[in-house]
Design a protein around this ligand. Structure first.
Ligand SMILES: [Fe+2]
Ligand SMILES: [Fe+2]
Length: 465
């Protein structure tokens, strides 16, 4: 582990002078981007952050005060497996690829660029949130997520520089040029152009949108292109914390809302009504489902056949790894009616991965509903039907109610305020967002966490202001 190099890494960067020079040229541009688009107003503050100092699931992190621009952004890959093999598809059992297979060069670059683009995008989306943090604990968690998304950008840029030559270097530059929500140079995926300007959005984003990241990275973590697999494996260990922030964040909001419901009118008491929480869930869940791509996809079939992108837990969860000559029953729309169609399994792998994601989200809903039950209120939160409010794939261009029934566009327009955040809802949530920065204090609309971070109490000074 070369932790104190200019670019900390465990890939022996100093032995590859060409790559090292290229990345050292990219570094100042990255820092310029971070200063311009990273968390606004906190760049010079000491934040109690974890930094990767090793790979592997045990003991990889070191906790200390760091100023964010001095964070050890670096390139950390899981160690190589001796005799790594392609784990699925047509080349099952052949030696893993150490170089990009020529015929998949463009497709693979696109996968890496699309993943890479989400990382800085989310930092941009969240850059104003520090100013309205509900507690120092939450402020620190926001910044932890932000610096790690920055490191994930490094991870993808390493692959682009290391394996895609000139095209890769150009793509790496463009990753610093696009801007979330900018009409002229937007980020690639729509969920990453949506504003994330209040903390309810932030928790829903880290719950639902970061969780898409978990599934995309998991599918790539077993890739036959070994450098990609090893990169994604380590990113997943960091990603778990981001979903923890979202999952427990929404759980804490639900808890506080339930407590206020027992006292009177939630709005009058300064809390977030349950129906607004539900609308934020509907919004971010539906946008995050789009990130998995079309239900029926020849790309997904090609990537799988090539051994590049597998299913979730391909190795442990499946015994048959070719997915060939099998069919999948898909709900589709024909003649303005929902019906089912048999499609080759390989063409349905986006939908298979999306199904795993939905199951995982349902567990979050069960946890929040347990909070509501524990607090003694009878209302419950739920996930909308996956057809609701979709902009990509089989259901895009059609309109569905929250239960997934096909409805007319007029009816959708008439009823959408029941299901999706309105301007008023968003303004109301924003009106509650006032910074609480005294150690141990917390905003009125959210419950404190069950525990602090890494054995520290909630009252700990997580950010020195
Ligand atoms: Fe990430
Ligand atoms: Fe993340």
């Amino acid at each position: 582990m070369n932790l104190y190099d200019r670019i900390p890494n465990n890939v022996n960067l100093s032995e590859d002078k060409k790559l090292q020079r290229a990345l050292e040229k990219w570094l100042p541009n990255y820092l310029d981007w971070w200063r311009e688009m990273g968390p606004e107003g906190f760049q010079e503050k000491d934040v109690w952050l974890r930094t990767a100092i090793d790979v592997g699931s045990e003991g990889w992190a070191h906790f200390d005060y760091v100023k964010m621009p001095e964070y050890r952004w670096g390139i950390f890959l899981e160690p190589p497996q001796p005799d790594a093999k392609v784990g699925f598809g047509d080349n099952l059992g052949k030696p893993a690829y150490q170089e990009v297979p020529g015929e998949f060069r463009n497709a693979l670059r696109r996968i890496i660029v699309t993943q890479g683009d989400t990382e800085p995008a989310s930092v941009e989306q969240q850059r104003q949130l520090g100013k309205t943090c509900p507690s120092l604990y939450d402020l620190r968690n926001l910044f932890q997520v932000n610096v790690e998304e920055g490191r994930h950008l490094w991870a993808m840029v390493y692959l682009l520089h290391g394996y895609f030559g000139r095209d890769g270097r150009d793509e790496a530059d463009e990753l610093l040029e696009r801007r979330s929500g900018n009409p002229d140079k937007p980020r690639i995926l729509e969920a990453f152009n949506q504003p994330c300007d209040d903390w309810l959005n932030f928790f829903a984003f880290t719950m639902f949108t970061d969780r898409d990241g978990k599934y995309q990275l998991s599918a790539l973590a077993e890739s036959g292109f070994e450098p990609l697999a090893r990169t994604c494996q380590f990113m997943l260990t960091e990603e778990a914390h981001h979903m923890f922030v979202g999952d427990t964040g929404l759980g804490r909001v639900a808890r506080r809302t339930a407590q206020l419901m027992k006292q009177g009118d939630v709005r009058e008491l300064g809390g977030i009504p349950l129906d607004i929480i539900q609308k934020y869930i509907n919004f971010w869940f539906s946008y995050s489902l789009d990130l998995f791509g079309g239900e029926i996809s020849s790309n997904s079939a090609d990537f799988f056949a090539a051994g590049l992108k597998g299913r979730y837990k391909e190795r442990d969860q499946y015994t048959e790894h070719t997915a060939a000559n099998q069919m999948f029953t898909m709900t589709v729309i024909e003649d303005s009616k929902l019906t089912t169609r048999e499609v080759p399994l390989r063409n349905a792998l986006n939908e298979v991965l999306r199904g795993e994601y939905v199951k995982d989200c349902e567990k979050g809903l069960a946890r929040w509903n347990k909070v509501l039950a524990d607090e003694g209120v009878s209302e419950r939160l739920y996930l909308p039907n996956p057809r609701f409010h979709r902009h990509v794939g089989e259901y895009a261009g059609h309109t569905f109610d929250i239960e997934g029934n096909l409805i007319s566009r007029e009816e959708f327009e008439r009823r959408k305020d029941e299901w999706l955040p309105t301007m008023d809802d968003r303004e109301y949530v924003r009106s509650l967002m006032h910074p609480v920065v005294e150690p141990g204090k917390i905003a009125n609309w959210i419950a404190p966490p069950a525990a602090g971070i890494k054995g520290k109490p909630f009252e700990f000074e997580y950010v020195r202001l």
